[in-house]
Design a protein around this ligand. Sequence first.
Ligand SMILES: *Cc1c(COP(=O)(O)O)cnc(C)c1O
Length: 418
Amino acid sequence: MSILSRLFGRSPEAPPALPAPERPAEAAPHRAGVRRGGWPDGTGRALATPIQPSVVYGSAGPDALDAIYEGREPGFTYAREGHPNATVLAGKIDALEGAEGGIVMGSGMAAVAAAVIGLLKSGDHVVGADRLYGRSQRLMAEELPRLGIGTTQVDAGDAQAIADAIRPETRMILVEVVSNPMLRVADLKGIAALARERGVLLAVDNTFTTPRGIRPFEYGADIVIHSITKLLAGHSDATLGYVAARDPDLRERMRVFATTLGLTPSPFDCWLAERGLYSFDLRYDRAEENAARLADRLPDLPGVASVVYPGRRDHPDHDRAVSLLAGRFGNMVTFTLEGGREAANRLVAAAENLAFAPTLGDVSTTISHPATSSHRAMGAEARAALGITEGTFRISVGIEPPDHLLSEVEAAVRAAAE
Ligand SMILES: *Cc1c(COP(=O)(O)O)cnc(C)c1O
């Protein structure tokens, strides 16, 4: 009895099955379902970078694989260890920063973590700016001490304060060039001189300022960090980071750390960011021009108590911004309304076409309210010490037509004052 007839309970006397149809010729293996392959020949060289989502890469054999792992031949093995879209993107940011061998990470925080945790060990000490990005702040305050890495945070505008915080076990100084949201400018020249003199690594988060504002390696930074998520990618649709070091040994240690912990990026995000990067210069220039005009206009509007922009003469670090940023004052503007939370609510309600969202660097203008977002954890008193009140807004200025943007913001500020 055949298996089929047992399974289906057919008796041997059952009528014979219909004759099998003639089978078509065997399809070429790569068209036949699961067998890999099939990319058409003769596609030529695509103008746009293809997206390569493959997790794994074949190679010609054990000798060839050895050569790839040992870096004697170019190639890829496994996407967590590297993939073409990350390589293309890293090369382009390297060019902007005047760096070599930069690494693209799964987020800006992954890049910060790779620099700090990837290079330091228990018993080491980090001196950080006291107004770092929220999650970097948390890293300094909670995570590093938990791992036995000591931290001290001081005003990055004061190189002497940093000098005083350095201990024998200090290995790294971590600063941002322009702080959030009060846009204070770090004394990068002073800090770099100090780092050199004391043999401490200087890591600079250049997210706010971008290489269009400053290239920290030219000032003696050892490590440069970016949240690509923000201005570099520019379209709020990819979360990525970047870290580069001058010393190839440091690069290698960060690369191993990132691949071991899986901090590495998705090919699709890299592809989106690369696409955004092609217009970075144009976007930055337009957004900065818009920001400068807005910073000029805001003080004349009713109910505006103060305006912070490094390009303004009344900015406390204006002279330093002029010398450090060579006139590139960026796209961020912070201002404070009289009338506290109520005026703040009225402004957001009136600014219908401006997204109220706590991020920065999008093509479109976004406004954020530090007291209820980025700085909510610090408490009113600490916020007040920085100059942040319930009436304080930070604007990440976008690339809208300038007159249009100015009139939108002006209408919202006037409505808030009513
Ligand atoms: C956003 C930001 C980060 C973190 O980047 P993610 O891509 O969001 O992880 C780090 N530093 C600064 C200055 C940032 O603005």
